[in-house]
Write a protein that binds this ligand. Structure first.
Ligand SMILES: [Zn+2]
Ligand SMILES: [Zn+2]
Length: 772
């Protein structure tokens, strides 16, 4: 199989969700599942199989590149869900982030400490990793600091992976995880319980419907006994065993269900005075350490135990009748008693030692209260064998006469609870894990027949029961849904089925939100700003003149304010020009197009004063004109190199003006000016012929009757030749090639300048360079 992130989900219409079981597929033990979608990888649990030891107890980590895992979520502290976590974190290339609830983390450390100690029993080595021990105390301590915690009902989001923890029942701190990756929603139950007990909340149903439910199937289609009947059976069996002088062994996992049994026993002892002298032992130093955790997290338990705590003002986990013993060294095994001892599967340790000691006596009883995992002594005992092998010397067989009874307090759902929960959660696909093949297979069949009527409809419910290392791929239609947020929601008609809405589409990780630009900051964290530009130019040309020059360039000019004190016009609906005495302020909202137009406007404004036509026109209106002529530099010219280069031309123009002033003034008539204004230049029309025509108009405006044009369209050669006669000087202008022949250098220079400015004005902005 491939260990790379192959599914980035971007190909084609459908996107693939991948489920890969590294452990806990058609088995109970070593839970570890991989889910992948859109290039994100989440790992669920990292357990060991209590039926095996050393490396063979691990999930199939070699079959997957753990370095690709983004996030690892641990559902609860049980060994089959958490015990290989230090191995993953310290002995593989895993580099993701690890999350669990606070109580799980609090218990995890003590629990795995004990696990390290227990797995080292029977090992020759002391402390180093070998076939028996997967990691050392140091590994455990190092991994512990890197584990992050999550509160119930809080949502964490990391790189597009969002997950929320919900109560799962089962044991203190157990969580279900609701995970969202790129629009796909997955609920992983972990081990869960829907039966109210003495201290835990039952598993919650998340409000949102998941696409995929990954659920445990431990009890398959079995039905749990009624809680009260079960407890009665349990306490009666203990009572009668003790009365006949027997001993009761309750092999338990040190934490979790043991606490529930202790609550039951403590209460029973309180109500049965005849038992007062009989001892209940809890042989677990680990449990003693972890009692503090239970006492701390009463707020995370159910209402009944919280009420007990409030009412009695004493901690329900400070038991009256339970005695704790560290080990069997000081255990005075003379009288009838009850011992709760770990491990629950009787593989080794205290529970195994007591089993071997008490098995031969028929008065004794072994009560199996948990789920017995395949391949363990607990599972073997259920077959009621006549003999059992000694742990220290497997060749020695010990007779078994003690009674074996299974009364399960395992907090897993039965069929009714599981199928009811599935109904409430209402997933599209169900993946079964954490169950032996047979019960899991039966559950699959039961669910399929339950949803039979939906088969081949769009609501069809699919059920999968993959084996370890089977690659399960589910296809999902790649529909992109954007969430409308903020003010834009008001523009949506709730009655109309289909409507077009426009806004800004913001994508953060896999979430698409449609927003009004005003809401951008609030809903996306992005901000917008509008850049306003302003340039102030000293320009003493009259408003008519400025207006005229700008209309040559831009055609229609919108007059906004025309008062004696202020003259404001707008060019191209975007550039605002205000004229106050001899200051001209140009303002616009910055954008690529606006900036370019503004550049042209400023260039024109800078040259208005010095244009020969201006001299002719403005001399009628502004007698002080010449005095200001050389002050027309922009106040801010950083971005306007053009403005500077034009001002260099000024001395030349001035000389010429002086020379020609008298003639020009007489020759310009208002009617000519109006004629030009009636001929708006459009930026869109940019053919060479049109431009030549416009240059001719501008020349006419500049030189009036001094200009003779060969307007005969048929006269190909001379079509674009104009002559300008001023006084004794005559100039020949080729409008097409933009060349000037003239005896007078001054006039020639002036016409050339004029042509340059004219081509600037008539050329479309983008093609300006062709003429310059
Ligand atoms: Zn569990
Ligand atoms: Zn489990």
């Amino acid at each position: 199989m491939s260990s790379k992130k192959t599914d980035n989900g971007t190909s084609g219409e459908t996107e693939q969700f991948r489920f890969f079981c590294l452990g806990g597929g058609n088995e109970v033990g070593r839970s570890c599942h991989i889910i992948q979608f859109k290039g994100k990888t989440v790992m669920l649990d990292a357990g060991v199989h209590p039926g095996y030891s050393g490396l063979s107890s691990l999930p199939f980590y070699d079959e997957f590149d753990l370095s690709t895992v983004d996030i690892l979520l641990i559902s609860h502290f049980h060994l089959d869900h958490a015990a290989s976590l230090p191995f993953v974190m310290q002995h593989t290339n895993f580099k993701g982030r690890v999350f669990m609830t606070h109580p799980t983390k609090a218990i995890y450390r003590w629990l795995l400490n004990d696990f390290v100690r227990v797995t080292m029993i029977g090992d020759d080595s002391s402390g180093t990793v070998n076939s028996g021990t997967l990691y050392t105390d140091d590994d455990l301590a190092a991994s512990f600091d890197k584990i992050e915690t999550i509160d119930y009902h809080s949502t964490v989001e990391i790189d597009g992976i969002r997950f929320t923890a919900y109560h799962a029942g089962h044991v203190l701190g157990a969580a279900m995880f609701f995970i969202e990756i790129g629009g796909i929603k997955v609920l992983f139950t972990g081990d869960y319980s829907r039966e109210e007990d003495r201290h835990l909340n039952i598993a919650e149903v998340p409000l949102t419907r998941p696409d995929i439910l990954i659920t445990e199937s431990t009890f398959g289609t079995a039905t749990h006994e009624n809680r009260i009947e079960k407890e009665t059976k349990f306490t009666n069996l203990i009572h009668s065993t003790l009365l006949r002088g027997g001993r009761c062994l309750l092999p338990v996992f040190a934490l979790g269900r043991a606490q529930e049994l202790l609550l039951i026993l403590d209460e029973y002892w309180k109500n049965n005075e005849d038992l007062e002298d009989i001892n209940i032992y809890y042989a677990s130093s680990l449990a003693r350490k972890c009692m503090a955790v239970y006492q701390t997290y009463i707020n995370m338990m159910n209402e009944s135990i919280r009420k007990k705590f409030r009412d009695s003002n004493s901690n329900p986990f400070q038991f009256k009748y339970i005695k704790s013993i560290r080990n069997l060294d000081k255990f005075d095994d003379l009288n009838p008693c009850i011992v709760l001892a770990a491990p629950g599967m009787l593989q080794n340790g205290v529970s195994r030692e007591l089993l071997e000691r008490w098995a031969p006596d028929e008065r004794n009883a072994v009560i199996l209260t948990g789920y017995s995992i395949e391949g363990t002594m607990a599972k073997q005992l259920l077959m009621e064998p006549a003999q059992i092998p000694s742990f220290n010397n497997p060749d020695i067989m010990i007779p078994r006469r003690a009674g074996i009874t299974e009364i399960s307090f395992a907090a897993h759902v039965d069929y009714e609870q599981n199928s009811k929960f599935i109904e409430l959660v209402n997933p599209k696909s169900i993946i079964l894990v954490h169950g032996e093949s047979n019960p899991m297979g039966r559950l699959k069949s039961a669910l399929l027949s339950k949803y039979q009527k939906l088969k081949n409809t769009e609501n069809e419910v699919k059920v999968y029961n993959p084996r370890n290392c089977d690659d399960l791929k589910l296809s999902f239609k790649g529909i992109k849904i954007a969430k409308a947020m903020g003010q834009i929601v008001e523009s949506i008609d709730p009655i109309k089925e289909k409507q077009l809405i426009s806004g800004v589409l913001v994508q953060k990780n896999f979430d698409l939100n449609l927003l009004k630009i005003e809401d951008l900051r609030e809903y996306s964290g992005l901000s917008t700003c509008i850049v306003k530009e302003r340039q102030t130019i000293r320009c003493c040309a009259g408003r008519d003149l400025i207006f005229w020059h700008l209309s040559q360039m831009f055609g229609f000019i919108d007059i906004k304010i025309d008062e004696p004190e202020e003259f404001t016009i707008e060019v191209m609906n975007c550039i605002n020009i205000t004229l106050e005495t001899d200051l001209c302020t140009v303002q616009w909202t910055s954008s690529m197009v606006n900036d370019t137009i503004a550049d042209s406007v400023i260039a024109i404004l800078l040259s208005v004063d010095s244009s020969p036509a201006s001299v002719k026109i403005s001399s009628k209106q502004c007698s002080g004109h010449h005095a200001h002529e050389h002050d027309n530099k922009a106040d801010h010219t950083e971005n306007h190199v053009k403005a500077e280069s034009e001002s260099e031309d000024e001395p030349k123009i001035k000389d010429e003006e002086t020379a020609t002033n008298g003639i020009v003034k007489k020759e310009v008539e208002d009617s000519q000016l109006l004629q030009v204004l009636d001929f708006p230049l459009s930026l869109a029309d940019s053919s060479i012929q049109t431009r030549i025509k416009r240059i001719k108009i501008l020349l006419r405006a500049q030189f009036g009757d001094s200009l003779s044009l060969f307007d005969n369209e048929d006269d190909g050669e001379n079509q674009n030749i104009a002559t300008i006669k001023i006084g004794k000087h005559e100039a020949k202008v080729d409008i097409f090639n933009l060349t000037v022949e003239c005896g007078s250098g001054v006039l020639k220079g002036r016409i050339e300048n004029m042509l340059k400015r004219a081509t600037d004005l008539v050329a479309p902005l983008s093609q300006k360079s062709r003429f310059v």
